[in-house]
Design a binder for this molecule. Sequence first.
Ligand SMILES: NC(=O)c1ccc[n+]([C@@H]2O[C@H](COP(=O)([O-])OP(=O)(O)OC[C@H]3O[C@@H](n4cnc5c(N)ncnc54)[C@H](OP(=O)(O)O)[C@@H]3O)[C@@H](O)[C@H]2O)c1
Length: 329
Amino acid sequence: MKIAMLGFGSVGKGVYQACLDHQMFYASQYGVELEVEKVLVRRPHPMLGERGVTTFEAIVDDPEIECVIEVMGGIQPAYSYISRALKAGKHVVSANKDLVAEKGPELFEIARNHRVKFCFEASVGGGIPVLYPLKSSLQANRIESLSGILNGTSNYILSRMQDDRLAFDEALAQAQDLGYAERDPSADISGLDAARKLVILASLAWNKQFSLHHVRCQGIETVRLDDLAEAKQQGETIKLVAEAMQASDGYRLSVGPKRISSDHPLFMVSGVNNAVVVKGDLTGDVMFFGAGAGGQPTASSVLSDVLNLALNQAVQLTFSNEVPSVIGL
Ligand SMILES: NC(=O)c1ccc[n+]([C@@H]2O[C@H](COP(=O)([O-])OP(=O)(O)OC[C@H]3O[C@@H](n4cnc5c(N)ncnc54)[C@H](OP(=O)(O)O)[C@@H]3O)[C@@H](O)[C@H]2O)c1
């Protein structure tokens, strides 16, 4: 399968390298030959040579490209590029949580109308498979609640503050030095990034279109060292917890710092790890845990979607555009 990529940043480079390194393995294991033919970049890149292209037309007008991987981020031009690729009969795999949270149903419809698929496992939880299991392996359940640690940067900062008594600014600087936090970490620290992922999870779980204004959201800026010390003394910890639940009168979605006790499944999720706990009416709690970000882990989810497409096994995950009734805002 000939593929093209849009964007060559942390995830783009991870996907590109993983695809090269695993090419023989995919061929022998699955009989699939994945070839990255073109990568959209703003300016020529030494790693890419002739493969680097600077116009989207070079990709969308190429009839040999069957699948486009979008790893640029943001709403525009990502939305236009993805919809044009779908309309041109190309499958699209995206890691873009902002876009799926905001424009998911529109993209599902374009994909359906053009008999291709729009896959987005990497948009929540990086390398942790959670969206597909939620919609397929757990589909026999009524989902009662979702809770998770969905942002590795803020979890790392809180872990360093509690374990090493680092002040918030020092922990943030350390996270930035290690590449765990962006230069502008505001979306991570304010809870916005976790809220976007919660919106996607809740939309899939309950087949409605939740949006950011349905989430009561608070970040970790107000957590003090004393709060963490007090929690620790009582055998508890403080995490940025994203939660969604279905009550009799509506849905309740929140992101915020929360004290959790040692018997809670999220207690041991430390550092940059992420976890999602899904409570089904039949299964009870099921927990997904692992690396929530990073080039290689995210490449695992992106390339698994691509392999499923190549093997004709991809399932179109969807949620409707029905607006839910939300309480507790
Ligand atoms: N980082 C993670 O661990 C992770 C995990 C899961 C999902 N994601 C998602 O994956 C996506 C990419 O994240 P990232 O961390 O790889 O971001 P990144 O490092 O900032 O990379 C994005 C790349 O896209 C390029 N780009 C943006 N607009 C472009 C345009 N119009 N034309 C050509 N290139 C363009 C950027 O180029 P310039 O540098 O020239 O602007 C940059 O190289 C985002 O949607 C993010 O939410 C990331």
